[in-house]
Design a protein around this ligand. Structure first.
Ligand code: FAD
Length: 418
């Protein structure tokens, strides 16, 4: 059996960052990354593609060029896990063994869960920033739209970058209102009960909702799309919990698809009841398999599923894996940090940064950048700095560029409480 020190499943944001963090700390470690895709995507850039700020090409690089020096790329897909015997099976029938396993395969965009959606996506004025192919179509439609009804949808939580459905809406509305296209009616249909999960950011967002004259609908879940007929059907739950079906005609529909753990994870021994990889929220170690870690969108930790979270999780996983390989107790902990730059208008962002329990974790002092208010500085961060921090910092394991992580002192070194 082919075997290695650390096997990483998934070469996305979390997988590449973990490999880089491991090899920065310990060059010479035998690290392998199983990844099927020729290309790696900077998905946070797709919001900007949908608003004509970035070209799609800016958000895509060849996987080959991103595999950290010293790591080996295994081109393929994992089909099944056998954590009892420390090995995984690939879809082509190969088996690979490991001393430590890192599972970071991202999540599944479940387009097929909404009848009629997959067939019409990218046509009939139905678009989504949740895809490399369709984000440019959003921009095309936004420019062309002169009047009629524009609908933006948000599925039940958890989803990756929970703010992305409304980011698309604000940037589109900003252009339409600036161009005096006041005949465009804008509706937001959110399956959930609130505009944003951390309440400190809601007042700033509500100002834009009013300014753009957006009709907010909560408890309204997209359940079917008929592209040629330009109709969307919603299951609407009222205050008494009764559900009724409402059909709306549209001239523009931006869909955020329902999201789940990937099938091969849900069906594996690594899955929690919820389907996500069952990890400890702080150490990111699997709750039942000692030499398995999970991070990124696929793990069960209740943080905001973002690349920003993966940026903070990767060094924690790297530290803990090296401790285990050295026979030491694990000590690095993750505080739940995630970030969602809410693009409320072209040139301004409400920069949500928070950890477990909705605790605000700003990266900047308030006088410099108050994340609960729209600021130009946060826009420059998103438009100029963050892509570079991603490619050159996070994916290369340069943690001084990517922000600090937290290591708890070993229990025996902790000062006694007076
Ligand atoms: P991914 O980066 O999705 O990578 C998963 C990888 O696993 C993929 O390369 C895939 O090919 C691979 N894989 C899948 N199945 C297998 C298998 N069977 N075997 C091996 N490999 C497999 N985050 C932010 O921080 N800020 C933002 O502003 C932001 N905006 C966003 C806007 C949009 C429209 C979207 C879609 C996302 C946004 N995100 C944002 C979220 C961010 O992109 C994700 O949270 C992040 O990419 C998660 O990293 P990951 O490695 O877990 O998953």
């Amino acid at each position: 059996l082919e075997s290695c020190d650390v096997l990483i499943v998934g070469g996305g944001s979390a997988g590449i960052a973990t490999a880089a963090s491991l090899l920065r700390r310990r060059p010479g470690l035998d690290v392998r990354i199983v990844e099927p895709s020729e290309h790696h995507y900077y998905q946070p850039g797709w919001t900007m593609v949908g608003a004509g700020v970035f070209t799609p090409e800016r958000t895509r690089r060849r996987t080959e060029d991103l595999i950290p020096q010293g790591a080996q790329w295994v081109r393929g897909s994992v089909a099944a896990f056998d954590p009892i015997h420390d090995r995984v099976e690939l879809t082509d029938g190969r088996w690979i063994g490991y001393r430590m396993l890192v599972a970071a395969p991202g999540l599944k965009l479940d387009w097929g869960a909404i009848p009629g959606l997959a067939e019409t996506l990218g046509r009939n004025n139905v678009t989504s920033n949740y895809g490399y192919e369709t984000a440019p179509y959003t921009w095309k439609l936004v420019q062309a739209m002169q009047s009629g009804r524009a609908i933006f949808t948000q599925p039940p939580m958890p989803i990756k970058c929970a703010g992305a459905p409304q980011k698309a809406m604000y940037l589109s509305a900003n252009l339409w209102r600036d161009h005096g296209r006041n005949d465009i009616e804008i509706e937001f249909h959110n399956a959930g009960p609130v505009l944003f999960g951390v309440k400190d950011y809601v007042p700033a967002l509500m100002e834009y909702v009013r300014k753009y004259r957006i009709d907010l609908n909560f408890g309204s879940k997209l359940v079917a799309v008929d592209g040629p007929a330009r109709t969307a059907t919603f299951a609407v739950t009222n205050a008494d919990g009764e559900v009724s079906q409402v059909r709306r005609e549209f001239d523009f529909l931006h869909v955020c698809p329902p999201q789940t753990a990937p099938d091969f994870i849900r069906e594996s021994p690594l899955a929690a009841e919820s389907g996500w990889i069952e990890v400890d929220d702080a150490t990111l170690r699997h709750k039942r398999f000692e030499n398995v870690f999970g991070l990124g969108d696929a793990c069960s930790a209740p943080n905001a599923k973002t690349a920003a979270a993966a940026r903070k999780q990767a060094p924690v996983v790297a530290e803990n894996i090296l401790s285990l390989l050295d026979g030491q107790p694990i000590r690095a902990v993750y505080d739940g940090y995630g970030s969602c730059p809410l693009t409320v208008e072209r040139g301004k962002i409400v920069l949500a940064e928070f950890g477990y329990g909705g605790k605000l974790l700003p990266s900047f002092p308030k006088w410099m950048l108050d994340g609960t208010k729209p600021t130009r500085l946060a826009w420059h961060l998103k438009a100029q700095a963050l892509p570079e921090i991603y490619w050159l910092g996070m994916l290369r394991g340069r943690e001084w560029l990517a922000g600090p992580h937290h290591i708890e002192p070993a229990p025996q070194l902790r000062p006694a409480v007076a």
